[in-house]
Design a binder for this molecule. Structure first.
Ligand SMILES: [Zn+2]
Length: 373
């Protein structure tokens, strides 16, 4: 009997590894064994978080928190060297998911609509680099390194990766070829932070346009991994068949991770007879397809805000996002239209359809527009 059990256990472990979409649990365990200081610091995080939430009943003293991001694109072939537009599409997806303006928010089952959170966390590509120079927040590094998997070479330029920007000030995101099976991983926070702090994501799972591999093509790998970076656990709380605790009270206890896209309700009463709603498989911290995911809860929001305030406080006050979206909008709002002319320079007021028109503004700017009917 004992022998059969052992065989079954090995078989299930191999099966799990073959489908692992997130390497955060594995990397956290490796970091804790490599750096005993990290293990000590991580051991205190849950009690420190509970205490912080108790001490700060309003949770979020600053309304919107904007996190400056640097994306290190570590590429060997042109396919890995994803476009600026693909990177921007990931930032846009993060802002939608974290502010709950994602169009699929309506797919959250009614029973959980009331606890679905606008986390009030936003992201920008950093506009100032560590030495104060303007940047687009994208650092491209060519490499001869093979697939990275969970190899820490990715964090060091001399090893074929890219050096991090200061972890206290920026969210470092490395995009590279991870090889098959693994979508990404992240480092959960604590009072000890090493050089590899941030996220590592496969180039084919990053963003919503460009080089992408379905069904992980809606930017939710980064949404999920940033959840870990801000101290969220997987919704099932840990190992296989664990009915574990994710330290968040408003996510139902669930037995294990979910893949693909189940229907609601899924696995009701699998961990207790009082959970008729079953698994919250559409939570960003499960393993379902990108198109299946659509919410963080209020409890997860509180835990993320506690993480920023305790372990990543520089994200609360900085000017590393200055001049991003708001700047050009302000400029556009301030200028006044002087006149509209056609391509022959004749002033026009009736704005004919399907004809190119030139709009001239008082700040010297000119827009070419066609009103199509
Ligand atoms: Zn994960």
């Amino acid at each position: 009997m004992k022998k059969i059990l052992t065989t079954l256990l090995i078989a299930s472990t191999l099966f799990l590894n073959a489908q692992e979409r997130c390497g955060t649990t594995a990397i956290t365990e490796k970091m804790m064994s490599d750096h005993p200081e990290y293990a000590k610091a991580r051991a205190k995080v849950n009690s420190q978080t509970v205490q912080w939430i108790k001490d700060h009943p309003k949770h979020n003293e600053k309304t919107i928190i904007t996190i400056p991001v640097v994306v290190h694109v570590v590429w060997k072939t042109n396919t890995h060297n994803i476009s600026d537009a693909q990177i921007q599409s990931q930032i846009d997806a993060l802002n939608k998911d974290y502010r709950r303006t994602n169009i699929d928010a309506i797919n959250t089952p009614n029973v959980w609509q009331g606890i679905a959170a606008d986390t009030e966390i936003e992201f920008c590509l950093a506009t100032t680099d560590p030495i104060g120079q303007p940047t687009n927040g994208i650092n491209r590094v060519q490499t001869s390194h093979g697939q990275f998997g969970m190899n820490s070479d990715i964090h060091t330029s001399s090893a074929g990766g890219a050096d991090n920007w200061p972890n206290d000030d920026y969210l470092n995101v490395w995009v590279c070829d991870l090889g098959s099976g693994l979508l990404g991983y992240a480092t959960p926070p604590s009072n000890w932070i090493g050089d590899g702090d941030g996220l590592v994501i496969g180039y084919n799972y990053f963003g919503t346009i460009g080089t992408l591999q379905a069904p992980y093509n809606k930017g939710r790998t980064a949404t999920h991994e940033i959840g870990h970076w801000l101290n969220l656990d997987h919704v099932w709380g840990g190992g296989w068949g664990s009915c574990g605790d994710d330290n968040v009270s408003d996510t139902p206890t669930q037995e294990q991770e979910n893949y693909s896209c189940p229907g609601y309700p899924h696995n009701p009463n699998s961990c207790s007879t009082t959970n008729a709603d079953g698994d919250m498989f559409m939570n960003y911290m499960d393993y379902t397809n990108d198109a299946c995911m659509n919410l963080f809860t209020n409890g997860q929001k509180t835990r993320m805000l506690a993480a920023i305030n305790q372990y990543r406080p520089n994200m609360l006050n900085h000017d590393l996002c200055a001049g991003t979206v708001g700047f050009s909008e302000t400029l556009n709002q301030k200028r006044e239209l002087i006149k509209i002319v056609d391509i022959l320079g004749r002033e026009t007021t009736n704005q004919p359809r399907n004809t190119p028109l030139i709009y001239i503004y008082n700040d010297g700017s000119v827009d070419k527009k066609i009103i199509i009917e």
